[in-house]
Design a protein around this ligand. Structure first.
Ligand SMILES: Nc1nc2c(c(=O)[nH]1)N[C@H]1C(S)=C(S)[C@@H](COP(=O)(O)O)O[C@H]1N2
Ligand SMILES: [Mo]
Length: 321
């Protein structure tokens, strides 16, 4: 394991981010066998995400954008798809099976608020419209574990541009679906459903802000937040909202799900910083999911070069919680 505090990510060669052997083998398996045979041979989570079930399967794998690489080994799909935070399906990590209840078609995304072109767009039309690419991103959960995932998707800025934001626009507010019949976790009425998150327009326009439609070279598995989730790799993982149905362009700062629950622990900005502890635990280190190894956490999760400029002259803001 190369420790990430020594070298910036952009200096590192692509081959250091070698995909896990199991991932390659699985792709070969899926390519070489009929879908039926592969399904029999594959563990349940692969069966659930079987490409043939998804109308956009033909778009994967998308070309990898070498500008977004990592110096850590990828987390095997077997690990990342079986250890998830998705409170809509339970408040523990083993929600992958329960999340198969998520119905991802039909699925519309509404873009509303301070825009010249408010619209509702079906997920399949959106995916066809957008230039899909694969990016390797680190992910750092506020709970001090981390993983590295090959996400497929498109820049958030492309989606925002579709709706033509007006000049007063300052924030984007994202909302997850609300359907307690489908999602058992949403029957827990003490949570402020639906899950909500937000970013500034400047953050949304940053090239790192990524709308995710796939992972591991396939359409996004349900437990990852199909069919559309956000990835903001310089922020704690809770900002990367899953299963988005609505984006509102607004002049007011959105209050996020976790902020609503515990504003003294989870704020709006939530940028990764090893020197600012969570009120109940240190953020100095993180546990790498698939190896169990503990490594130092890096400011902005290693993406300072790309994002630090967003936060200049912001004294008084709690940028790191
Ligand atoms: N709608 C929704 N989005 C969510 C969550 C959630 O519970 N519901 N959990 C967040 C948290 S805390 C993390 S760490 C990541 C986990 O993503 P993963 O399960 O794909 O690793 O999703 C984030 N997005
Ligand atoms: Mo998280």
């Amino acid at each position: 394991m190369v420790s990430i505090h020594r070298r910036p990510t952009w200096a590192l060669a692509e081959h250091l981010a070698t995909p896990e052997a199991a991932f390659i083998n699985r792709r070969a398996l899926l390519a070489g066998l009929g879908a039926g045979a592969a399904a029999l041979a594959a563990p349940p989570f692969v069966r659930a995400a079987r490409a043939a079930d998804d109308p956009t399967a033909g778009f994967y794998p998308a070309p990898r954008n070498a500008a977004f690489t990592v110096e850590r080994p990828l987390t095997p799909e077997e690990t990342s798809s079986q250890y998830n935070n998705f409170y809509e399906f339970g408040s523990h990590k083993q929600i992958a099976n329960a999340a198969q209840a998520l119905e991802t078609r039909p699925w519309d995304i509404e873009i509303a608020g301070l825009v010249d072109k408010p619209q509702k767009i079906g997920i399949d039309e959106l995916i066809r419209k957008m230039p899909l690419e694969e990016r390797l991103y680190r992910h750092r959960c506020v709970e001090a574990w981390s993983m590295t995932v090959p996400w497929t998707g498109f820049a958030l800025s492309e989606l925002v541009a579709l709706a033509e934001p007006q000049s007063e626009a300052k924030y984007l507010r994202f909302e997850t679906f609300l359907d307690p019949k489908m999602a058992s976790g949403q029957r827990q009425v003490w949570y402020p459903w639906p899950y909500v998150e937000g970013v500034t327009m400047n953050e949304a326009r940053n090239e790192l802000a990524f709308m995710v439609t796939g992972a591991y070279g396939k359409p996004l598995a349900k437990q990852f937040g199909a069919p559309l989730r956000l990835a903001l790799p310089w922020k704690y993982g809770f900002k990367s909202i899953k299963s988005i149905v609505k984006i509102t362009v607004t002049a007011e700062r959105p209050v996020s799900f976790w902020e609503e629950i515990a504003s003294s622990e989870y704020g709006f900005w939530a940028n990764v910083n090893p020197q600012v502890p969570h009120p109940r635990w240190s953020q100095a280190e993180e546990r790498v999911l698939h190896t169990g190894e503990t490594v130092p956490t890096v400011i902005y999760n290693g993406y300072g070069e790309q994002v630090a400029g967003l936060y200049e002259n912001m004294d008084g803001e709690k940028l790191f919680m």
